[in-house]
Design a protein around this ligand. Structure first.
Ligand SMILES: Cc1cc2nc3c(=O)[nH]c(=O)nc-3n(C[C@H](O)[C@H](O)[C@H](O)COP(=O)(O)OP(=O)(O)OC[C@H]3O[C@@H](n4cnc5c(N)ncnc54)[C@H](O)[C@@H]3O)c2cc1C
Length: 440
């Protein structure tokens, strides 16, 4: 018998603005007592809900249970910037571009995932939160403009559509004259992440059962798996772990996963006169030319800024970090929106992102009947959806060809030994953020 005890469970601080905009959810259903299920999915983010939804399609009528340690949408799934990007988007690269064949395959897989998510959005009536708006890239510096030029040349080689934008084009859309130029690509879907993820969970009602505030603290594996939570336990032949970086807390993929925290702030509601002074469209998302720059979004009468990242092997960001990076958000906000003095942030938050050194996920069957679709790397709204769906295909024995592609990817590479890993990661993040300069 193997026992996998969790040395920690997630405890995300301060709710995101996306979560804060939604009405308070009804009280959670918490797992209590002993029960059995055909399938247990651990984690109710993009990967977990995609896996659960796929299982409802492949094995309707079976008992599918999802357990999440927190409320649905409270974790990273409801804390991100909401860009579901179809193109390669390698946070660790200098310019979002990779090799041609690799990128063409990635685009195919990303689009399959976006269409799977679109199916859920249509089926569960989530269209207002799932908008095929495309994305803007903005460059504030000469280096940024060079990076976007290379990006456009790469898109042309891939045969992907894009539009080059002047400073004035970008100002017309965003209201800010901060950017010297940019690029528009049409395939990105912009979501309200907390609304989308909660909506998918709601849509699964009646087909899958979702228990919240029910952290799995141990898994006892013999012929079947028994998962324990503080108030209950559940026995099942098949477990799908979709807990992102927390999979390491159970002893899996040790020293293979990097735990990064990203930080964001959302403004208070803009008044009518403030929106007139700002101008531009009322719904857009802009990605910086430098991957470590500021992502900026307008969502109706709110503006959202995301920048700054830290390496936290403890898997926890502190309140102090959230506050201190808030100052960086305010600076970026003031530089871009000088016409909006006195517009403060109403929400500030941090969220956990899991990366691997070779950008591959922790995907596959770890032990008999114990599957993982974790560490989906930077583009987790899309890759989480993708690998969540594919792990359900694999576990249920469906012959989806992309499963083979996913299984062919190498495992996450071993990290360097400590303290070199932490020192190196922190130094690299410091340098990359410094290099981002005015793109931040
Ligand atoms: C500020 C920020 C901005 C981002 N912007 C973008 C973006 O624009 N586009 C993009 O694609 N990605 C973005 N990301 C990344 C994206 O949010 C993640 O990659 C994505 O949420 C990963 O999905 P997931 O389902 O794999 O994991 P998660 O969303 O982290 O879900 C895992 C779930 O597992 C639960 N869990 C963990 N441990 C346990 C346990 N022991 N028992 C039960 N449940 C457990 C957690 O509570 C959580 O709900 C951003 C992230 C952050 C923080």
């Amino acid at each position: 018998m193997a026992i996998h005890s969790a040395i920690r469970t997630p405890a995300d601080l301060a709710g995101s603005g996306w979560y804060g905009l939604l009405p308070e959810p009804p009280p959670p259903r918490v797992l209590e007592g002993s029960t059995k299920a055909d399938w247990v999915v651990v984690g109710g983010g993009f990967a977990g809900l995609a896996a659960a939804r796929r299982l409802t399609q492949l094995q309707p009528g079976s008992r599918i249970v999802v357990l999440d340690a927190q409320r649905i949408g409270w974790g990273a799934a409801g804390r991100n910037s909401g860009f579901m990007i179809d193109l390669p988007h390698e946070l660790a690269s200098d310019n979002y571009a990779g090799g041609r064949d690799h990128d063409l395959k990635q685009i195919r897989m990303n689009r399959a995932a976006i269409e799977f998510a679109a199916g859920a959005a249509a089926e569960y009536g989530l269209d207002p939160y799932f908008v095929r708006a495309g994305k803007y890239h903005g460059a504030a510096t000469e280096r940024g403009q060079r990076v976007l030029k290379e990006f456009e040349e790469h898109l042309a080689r891939l045969g992907e559509p894009f539009e080059s934008l002047s400073a004035e084009d970008l100002r017309r859309v965003t209201g800010t004259a901060y950017y010297a130029g940019g690029t528009f690509t049409p395939g990105t879907v912009m979501i309200q992440p907390a609304a989308y993820i909660r909506g998918v969970a709601g849509g699964l009602a009646g087909k899958a059962e979702i228990f919240e505030n029910s952290p799995v603290v141990s898994i006892r594996s013999e012929a079947t798996h028994v998962l324990s939570t503080p108030k209950g336990e559940i026995e099942t032949p098949r477990v799908i772990m979709t807990v992102n970086g927390q999979v390491e807390s159970f002893g899996f993929f040790r020293h293979q996963l990097m735990h990064i925290f990203l930080y964001a702030s959302m403004s208070r509601r803009l008044t009518g006169p403030e929106m007139s002074r700002l101008g531009g469209d009322d719904f857009w998302g802009l990605i910086p030319a430098d991957p470590l720059g500021s992502t900026v979004r307008r969502f109706g009468d709110r503006l959202v800024v995301r920048n700054s990242c830290t390496y936290n092997p403890s898997m926890q960001a502190s309140r102090r970090q959230v506050e201190s990076f808030g100052a960086a958000h305010d600076r970026s906000f003031r530089e871009r929106f000088p016409m909006l003095p006195g517009v403060d942030a109403e929400f500030r938050w941090a969220g956990h992102l899991c990366l691997s050194l070779n950008s591959t996920p922790a995907f596959g069957e770890m032990e008999r009947g114990l599957f993982s679709a974790c560490c989906c790397n930077g583009l987790g709204t899309v890759k989480g959806t993708l690998y969540g769906k594919l792990i359900a295909d694999l576990a249920a024995g469906s012959d989806e060809p992309m499963v083979r592609d996913a299984l062919a990817e190498p495992a996450p590479r071993k990290l360097y030994p400590e303290p070199f890993m932490s020192l190196g990661a922190k130094a690299k993040l410091w340098w990359l953020q410094k290099r981002a300069g005015r793109e931040m």
